[in-house]
Write a protein that binds this ligand. Structure first.
Ligand code: CA
Length: 128
């Protein structure tokens, strides 16, 4: 499959409480042809992620309601395969290791560049 075919019709869930970052991510993903839904807190994000509608989740860690590690862990209790990429300003080795232990497929420290984010999304989706 080409990169373009990956993007078409794929539903991406963005769980992010900072509106400016969320809007930027929505714009970037829509430009790439993804269908995007935004959840602004951990509880809504978890419920959406488990709805079965999404092919990829972009997950912030510091969220109101439920933190991203817990969201990731609870997604993995129910769904082993849903691709999850953590995007976080928490960027110590421990945070990254914890994120991967909780079942994330990738962990991208903020700030990140758009081309790198898109390349990592493609990489995770190639394997799913
Ligand atoms: Ca946050």
């Amino acid at each position: 499959m080409t990169e373009q075919q990956h993007a078409v019709n794929l539903n991406v869930l963005i769980v992010e409480d900072e509106i400016a970052i969320a809007e930027g991510l929505v714009d970037v993903c829509e430009l790439k042809g993804y269908h995007v839904k935004h959840a602004a807190d951990g509880i809504t994000g978890l419920a959406e992620a488990l709805s079965g509608k999404y092919g990829l989740v972009l997950l912030d860690l510091m969220l109101p309601g439920m933190d991203g590690f817990t969201v990731c862990d609870k997604i993995r209790e129910k769904d082993k395969d849903l691709p999850i990429i953590i995007l976080s300003a928490k960027n110590s080795d421990k945070d990254i290791i914890d994120g991967l232990k909780y079942g994330a497929d990738d962990y991208i420290p903020k700030p990140f560049s758009v081309p790198m984010l898109l390349a990592r999304m493609d990489a995770v989706l190639r394997r799913s």
